[in-house]
Design a protein around this ligand. Structure first.
Ligand code: ADP
Ligand code: ADP
Length: 228
């Protein structure tokens, strides 16, 4: 049975002068240990789908369920990693950032949180920087911390929105290789968004190619949306 099921989902944004349809009746299933990639050009709705799975946006039609239960709000069972490097608390060290996430939202006891933080920070190769503050680190290193924190939460699915897009090509390649090895070992379930065909092929066990056009389907407010 699928871990995550997205069924006939339509997502819209209400702006002051229009309803923007970001995606229209998209369906897919993610199974345990999949590295499922949503691939498509900029503006095709990838981030919007990820946000809906994250629980930040409610579908206007269709359903999203995780382990058979409808997704209604954000939760630590679906950790998101974004493209930007500003996801860490600047007044906390690398270690404290991971521990804080675990104790505050997963309610993991302090001793276990400390051990998990140590272990996942080590997995991403940042043991030497465990007591550094985020501003001391390079962009690539900050992104590793954000990924370590997401994984330490041991979510049912790790949601990644172009996590390497802001990195230089060499760093990106290195992190792809390292994470692939790690995910193969740990059998993490990952839902990964990218506009890069090359990245999709490297990362993905399964790839869903999204049409470039659904985002262009717009309807004026108070009018009937166009049929397909
Ligand atoms: P992608 O992640 O594939 O680049 P997005 O999901 O960001 O695509 O965007 C899909 C469509 O929704 C685009 O047409 C975009 O302009 C529109 N959109 C995204 N965010 C908003 C928003 N907050 N308000 C209005 N329209 C948005
Ligand atoms: P990567 O993430 O692949 O290590 P980066 O571009 O993030 O690549 O950094 C390149 C290298 O520079 C790092 O591997 C690290 O050894 C070193 N480095 C970056 N930032 C720092 C820092 N704040 N202190 C010490 N070494 C650093």
């Amino acid at each position: 049975t699928p871990l995550l099921s997205v069924k006939d989902v339509t997502l819209q944004y209400k702006t002051p002068d229009a309803l923007v349809t970001a995606t229209r009746r998209v369906s897919f299933d993610v199974y345990p240990s999949d590295r499922f990639v949503l691939l498509g050009p900029s503006g095709c709705g990838k981030s919007t789908i990820l946000k809906a799975i994250g629980g930040y946006l409610t579908p206007v039609e269709g359903s999203i369920s995780l382990k058979g239960t409808g997704v209604t709000e954000p939760g630590p069972d679906r950790m998101m990693v974004f493209q930007e490097f500003d996801q860490l608390l600047p007044w906390k060290t690398v270690r404290e950032n991971v521990v804080f996430a675990l104790t505050s939202s997963r309610r993991v006891p302090a001793s276990e949180a400390a051990e998990r933080a140590r272990s996942y920070i080590d997995k991403v190769g940042l043991t030497k920087f465990i007591d550094s503050y985020p501003h001391m680190l390079s962009g690539g290193m900050k992104q590793r911390v954000a990924i370590a924190r997401g994984m330490a939460m041991e979510p049912d699915v790790l949601l990644m929105d172009e996590p390497f897009a802001a990195l230089d090509a060499l760093t990106r390649r290195k992190m792809q290789d390292e994470l692939l090895r790690l995910w193969d070992d740990t059998r993490f379930t990952v839902l990964f968004v990218t506009h890069s065909i090359e990245e999709a092929i490297r990362i993905g066990t399964r790839i869903l190619l999204l049409s470039p056009h659904p985002g262009e389907v717009k309807a004026e407010l108070n009018s009937v949306p166009p049929e397909e």
